[in-house]
Design a protein around this ligand. Sequence first.
Ligand code: CMC
Length: 430
Amino acid sequence: MSEDTARLELPNGPYDVDLLESTVGLPGLDIRKLRAESRVITFDPGFANTAIAKSSITYVDGAAGELRHRGYSIEEIAKNSSFLELAYLLLYGALPNAVELSEWENDISHHMMLNEEMRSFFDAFPRRAHPMAVLSSATNAISTFYDVYRRPTRKKEIDAGARTLIAKLPTIAAWAYKKSIGEPYMYPNDEYSYVESFLHMMFSRPTQEKRIDPAIVKALNVLLILHADHEMNCSTATVRSVGSSRANMFTSVAAGMGALWGPLHGGANQAVIEMLQAIHDDPDATIASTLERAKDKNDEFRLMGFGHRVYTNYDPRAKILASYAEDVLAATAGSDPLLDIARDLEAAALEDDYFVERKLFPNVDFYSGVIFRALGFPQRMFTVLFTIGRLPGWIAHWMEMNTDPDTRIMRPRQIYIGEPARAYVPLDQR
Ligand code: CMC
């Protein structure tokens, strides 16, 4: 047995499995041949201990609370980059130079407009439709205008698909919002940056141009950056799973949106604000009673915005947001009682044995909602904002998977616990 091999002692004999090295982080056991050779399969609900691919996009050290994209720390990126610059880095593996960045930004700006026929699509939804439902449907719908991308193989087509999605998602998001409040759809403006154009489409009206505050543009850039990728999370694994069947990029990404919407994933940012608001509005609810509910195994309630599959330390994104929240509030609303409740809740949880023993810390969703609120976004748009942020990550993973020779259609196994073979009972004998 070599250093690159591990030995598994199974009831029917020992089996050698190769160890796969990583550049940083844990090595992996290559069990691809294990079933065929040993007639044993592995059991890992939620893929908590299973690598589904080799990847070079994002690295998370959960114990140290570190996050790096293509080797660069999230702190440095959040301080120095724009969201589109990070999108380029995620997609193409290197920071763009000044010319590449300006071409990329211009290219995106010039593709933000939707095909005019999409108006009737938005018109057809009821006003009360949740914007996440509209967003994923519209993402699939715009693919119908780009037949050429149905099964792209050439780099040029794949790049065009990526550009189209990144450019058009803010417009889709803003139109979903305008529809929900009964206001006319606004068009993107080529003179604006990506984030400015999105804010313009969200908050301007044909009768009144909304002044775009650079502090808000900066804050939204940082928020989008903090959501841009997080290796094999639930929605990214979904995008890869759908894409592994060679489905096109648009529909793979639309499926990822469905996964992100859930309250245990990106939907947590809306759920956090609802939780904080409920504590604020209910005279009987206290910090202590909220923690007691979260700890009660007979109660479905969890402390939203707390805990993470990978982080057993403070989520570095939450750390940036926690310190950023006050700055944003100072530049916008001034103060927010929900931020005070969030701070008290965090302080109490971090002192509580239940949370300490399980290493549960605030995650990215704990403070993001308070900031989105201060920037003027309604609650139902919070997960939509997460989606705009996460899109480049999904696409980077879809692209990586598309060219990875190890990619196979995602098809897990099961341990069957149902009835063994039995004789069929005709209807008149049941
Ligand atoms: N409140 C109360 N208890 C919790 C929480 C929480 N927020 N999170 C985990 N636990 C407990 C859980 O009950 C379990 O206890 P025990 O060992 O006694 O059974 C233990 O901690 C381990 O939790 P788990 O559910 O096995 O962990 P997981 O890795 O399967 O789930 C999670 C991770 C994020 C879904 C979970 O922590 C959670 O539900 N958090 C609240 C929802 C949330 O904030 N989601 C956003 C995640 S970060 C950004 C994103 O992905 O979108």
